[in-house]
Design a protein around this ligand. Sequence first.
Ligand SMILES: Cc1cc2nc3c(=O)[nH]c(=O)nc-3n(C[C@H](O)[C@H](O)[C@H](O)COP(=O)(O)O)c2cc1C
Length: 331
Amino acid sequence: MSVTYDKRGRAALHLARAASLAPSPHNSQPWYFVEEGYDHGFEVHLDGGRRMVLTDPLGREAVIACGAALFNVRMAVRQLGFRPVVDLLPEPGDSHHLARVGYAAHAPSTPEERLLAEGMLRRYTHRGRFGAEPVADPVLEELHEQARVEGAGLQVVDDPDQLALLAGLVRTAEELHRSDFGHATELARCVGPYGIPVEACRHHPDATLLAGRDYLFRARRYHVSSRNHGKGAGTVVILTTPHDHRPDWLRSGQALQRVLLHAAAHDVMAAFHTQPLELPVLRARLRTDITAGRYPQVILRLGHVPQRPTWCMPRRSPVQVLFRDDAPARW
Ligand SMILES: Cc1cc2nc3c(=O)[nH]c(=O)nc-3n(C[C@H](O)[C@H](O)[C@H](O)COP(=O)(O)O)c2cc1C
């Protein structure tokens, strides 16, 4: 494949811009995109060099992030008025080439697709407590359906015993991460103008029912009482899949993004608490005791945020993540 950096098409830049808005572990943005010449297609690749090596040794979370980017590409193709044709893992010998998206017949986008596309700009990751207003039941039901359409499940964890177990598993994982020098350093390196802005990490990581990441080592300096942990917890949900291979991770990412965009369109934001899914023993416990044998892929709290943040989460620009393949079309 001969890849060049210039002459990138406008449609491809539009898709790359949309893809880059996806969430990724600690804003690592572990992706790059390739435009196949003459609008033949758009490729989503995993950038192995941007993966969190210690936190995510198998690259499961990085692939989930790329799946979320892929969902945005699908919505952006719909914004252009075409139907996307998606081929997952199109090259058997290249596990980093995650998807190829082609343009099929022209068809106007539906109101639901327009809602999801609008959600791309509204969505952001929340950290800390949520406002008092609960997520309405009809919205929760719609979120179940959004996950199901993409081949995943969305389990609400509201049983007090299961919630306590989950909170314990998140805390155990978080304590293990905090006491591991390599892990803590890897996380701290994500904070800054090209990763997570300092302003986004100012909340105390122990002030919520599920412990948060201690990006700024605040827990070492200040202790908070666990008395008010239940306050502003929001609705706890787990995204699950029946299997746990690369295509399942890609599907999880697309389901995650579909859920997040639908939620954002209804002013519901998400906080991530994926720590126990990064430690095989804790993930296995969660799988047997909470998700009834299904594989937990992402743990979220959902809720309403009284005020939008004042900072912007940085992203690499489309020209930094988009390359052009000038090889003859293969399709
Ligand atoms: C698979 C995955 C796991 C994540 N885990 C966490 C987490 O444990 N804690 C957290 O604060 N954010 C987590 N995030 C959210 C990212 O930090 C966030 O997406 C990134 O900083 C970009 O910000 P944005 O979502 O506001 O655009 C995760 C995102 C993904 C896709």
